[in-house]
Ligand binder design. Structure first.
Ligand code: IMP
Length: 450
């Protein structure tokens, strides 16, 4: 598959598909790697020669020496976390002078994290308890989203509410910064006084300003207009790889709303999150696990709540990179996968964690939904309350017992594993171009199937 000058790696489910490893592999064919959405809610783990790297804000291409790294304007940056990450990588001898951050990215402040806690606690304790029969039809009640508590929602809310939001460029303008922090802390004071949250620290404008000014100094050399930087690099012939955080079904517009994150996670977000139009995109690799997982609340039609789900969780080490929470596990939902591939304009699929399914026995794939009306549909229902009411239409496929960890070419796959991959490609209508059979870079099968 030829690689164009602008390419993308995006997750097709609810995150944690293994984008980190795929992005790390593709970064070697690109001079620039760009993050366009999300914040420290994301967690990419990459294993190189047995050493695990957990990345939250820095684009995964960092392990590829020389690649220019860009944090785009669509990202919400927690500077404390970013600086920690830079320091940890430098301590391992990795050159970080090639990291640039958009002056228009937004800054996550301590009170955004406090407000994230507060909102979740409010939703859990007050709304759900006060109105237990709110939605009697089996649809999800208004309840907590199960956020990562990284301040993502409140920071993006400030961005669209405008006046008081702090952008990375403001960290270098003390007067503007003081005014904005004073105003936004004052506003939060009203909220915090009303709710009197236990254990949630009240925002203190003076302390926050001092910290924010120090962040600005520490990041000064990296803060720039990354839109022009990217267009200049493209004009000079560089290949640019865009990497999304979180994933398509968590997209604020197209995901399982309201159980989503607050940004445009799909490839549709690349334009707004970087200033590079999506018409520039050549290859869009959609990353899907060979099964599905989800962290936090929200509908998950193919979820396995039994011992098999536990087995997949243990074998796949399905615990959050960011929060350590156990992930909900289930069969692969092809209806959701095809919807996500369509939204992203995926030109190829990367199928990860195929090795985890060895020895599971017969496998199931969701190829449609039974609706409450009795009808069957092959279309995804992105509204959470609608999706909650469907039952999967199953297709069963033979499993395989062989360990796949050493397979390196499509031809070495056991016939049942190959048939499983080919069925996925056929249903989604997009070829599988890469299969991951273990965490290490080397545990990868490259070659087109389907
Ligand atoms: P937030 O992004 O912290 O506001 O969380 C909103 C929802 O998105 C929650 O269900 C989180 O668990 C989920 N979420 C956010 N980022 C990721 C990710 O990178 N992987 C998996 N789930 C995520």
């Amino acid at each position: 598959m030829p690689t164009g000058s602008a390419n993308a790696v995006v997750g097709l489910h609810w995150g944690d598909e293994g984008k980190g490893k795929v992005c790390d592999l593709l970064a070697r064919e690109h001079e620039v790697v760009v993050r366009y959405n999300g914040g420290a809610n994301a967690g990419n783990s990459v294993v190189v020669n047995g050493e695990r790297f957990a990345l939250h804000l820095i684009p995964t291409g960092v392990l590829n020496p020389g690649t220019l790294l860009v944090v785009g304007n669509g990202v919400v940056v927690d500077p404390a976390k970013l600086l920690d990450e830079i320091g940890a990588l430098e301590a391992r001898g990795i050159d970080m002078s090639r990291l640039f951050v958009s002056d228009r990215a937004h800054v996550v402040l301590p009170h955004h994290k406090a407000e994230d806690e507060l909102r979740e606690a409010y939703l859990r304790d007050r709304l759900a308890a006060a109105e237990p029969g709110l939605h009697a039809t089996g649809s999800p009640r208004i309840g907590q989203i199960g956020t990562t508590k990284r301040g993502i929602g409140p920071c993006y809310a400030d961005k669209v509410q405008r006046a008081m939001a702090v952008r990375v460029g403001d960290l270098l303008r003390p007067d503007v910064l003081r005014e904005k922090i004073d105003a936004s802390c004052g506003y939060r004071d009203i909220l915090f006084r009303e709710l009197k949250p236990e254990g949630v620290p009240e925002p203190k404008a003076g302390e926050i300003l001092e910290t924010a000014l120090a962040w600005g100094e520490a990041l000064r050399a990296r803060i720039t207009d990354t839109t022009y930087l990217l267009h200049d690099r493209l004009a000079a012939g560089d290949r640019v790889l865009f990497t999304g955080a979180n994933a398509t079904l968590l997209d604020v517009d197209h995901g399982t709303y309201p159980f989503v994150t607050s940004s445009s996670c799909s490839a549709l977000g690349i334009g707004v999150g970087t200033g590079v139009p999506t018409t520039r995109l050549g290859r869009v690799l959609g990353v899907a696990k060979a099964y599905c997982t989800r962290v936090g609340a929200g509908p998950f039609p193919t979820e396995l709540t039994d011992e098999l789900g536990d087995r997949i969780r243990e074998r796949g080490r399905e615990y959050g990179t960011t929060t350590g929470r156990p992930r909900r596990c289930g069969w692969l939902d092809l209806v959701a996968t095809r919807y996500a591939a369509m939204l992203n304009g995926a030109t190829g699929l990367a199928l990860t964690m195929l090795d985890v399914l060895s020895g599971i026995g017969e496998l199931r794939l969701c190829v449609g939904y039974h609706l409450p009306s009795g009808e069957v549909t092959e279309r995804f229902l992105p509204d959470a309350s609608e999706l909650e009411s469907v039952e999967p239409v199953w297709e069963t496929m033979a499993g395989w017992d062989e360990d796949l960890g050493h397979v390196r070419t499509p031809g070495e796959l056991p016939p049942a594993a190959r048939a499983y991959v080919e069925r996925i490609a056929a249903f989604v209508g997009v070829p599988v171009e890469l299969i991951s059979v273990g965490p290490d870079r080397a545990q990868t099968i490259e070659g087109r199937l389907g």
